[in-house]
Design a protein around this ligand. Structure first.
Ligand code: GLN
Length: 277
């Protein structure tokens, strides 16, 4: 019963039950380390915890700000990452990108990876935690995002093997990598109004939107410039938006890359594309 009043507050504001339940559990976990087991063992919340929880939930249901931003924390591949309004809340779709890049990196001795548009840093940090041979550079155009990525690298204890710095795409890059990975902005700005409030009003526009019609402008720029920053046989791995597979595959072909892997998300949308020369 402990969650019921909080879940009811979500329901009153027309949130679906499953989302309400998941978010209350998420809040209890990330705010107080409080789990279902604690509840079963009779551990109750203190008054200050109850008022903190109400404050978070009231802000969530009345403003539609993502709960991860309100609390300042999100889960990615089972680990906690700090987030704020300068970074996207990591998505489950991006976990597929990480899984596929890990698969490829197994074949490479001491893989060196570049992550373009790193945001919270969840991609390179997870890659490095899962494969100790990986080293990585991480860039973002946003200084606030870079701060957040550094905070996460420190939190996960890998600051020494990960360079995080400001760069507009390849602007400040001067070496070659075995794998270039990116989850770039891919939503055409004209589609902004179709997005949910959580995304369009609270998440960073420079992580989401493109100025072209198809949302492929950053894929095109990265593919066209990548040659100078890839080792021989190096890979490029992208997360894709809906219906972008054909356009991006054709840019790869025009630039003499072969698509070697396409992966779908749980909704059967082609979400990850990997190519090499
Ligand atoms: N997947 C995000 C969304 O649907 C978009 C992320 C991106 O543009 N790279 O809101």
């Amino acid at each position: 019963m402990y969650r019921k009043p909080y879940i009811d507050a979500y329901l009153k504001y027309n949130f679906p039950f499953d989302e309400a339940k998941a978010e209350v559990d998420f809040a209890l976990d990330t705010l107080f380390n409080y789990t279902y087991k604690d509840f079963m063992l009779g551990k109750t919340l203190k008054d200050w915890q109850i008022s903190k929880l109400w404050k978070v939930i009231k802000e969530r249901v009345t403003t539609h700000k993502p709960i991860q931003q309100i609390i300042g924390m999100a889960y990615f591949c089972g680990r906690k990452f700090f987030v704020d309004d300068s970074t996207l809340v990591p998505r489950p779709e991006t976990e597929i990108l990480v899984k596929d890049v890990l698969e490829i990196s197994k074949e490479i001795e001491n893989p060196n990876i570049l992550d373009i548009g790193t945001g919270s840093g969840c991609i390179p940090i997870t890659l490095m935690l899962e494969n100790k041979f990986i080293s990585a550079d991480s860039v973002d155009i946003s200084l606030n995002a870079i701060e957040m990525a550094k905070k996460n690298a420190l939190f996960h204890n890998i600051l020494n093997n990960l360079n995080i710095f400001k760069s507009d795409l390849f602007e400040n890059i001067n070496k070659s990598y075995n794998i270039i990975v990116s989850n770039p902005p891919y939503i055409p700005l004209k589609d902004k109004e179709t997005l949910q409030t959580e995304v369009k009003d609270f998440e960073p526009a420079n992580a989401l939107f493109t100025n072209d019609e198809l949302g492929i402008e950053y894929y095109k720029k990265i593919i066209e410039q990548a040659e100078n920053y890839l080792t021989e046989n190096g890979y490029i791995a992208f997360e894709l938006g809906i219906n972008q597979i054909e356009a991006v595959a054709s840019i790869f072909k025009q630039n003499n890359y072969k698509v070697i892997n396409i992966d779908k998300d749980l909704n059967s949308i082609e979400r990850v594309i990997i190519a090499r020369k």
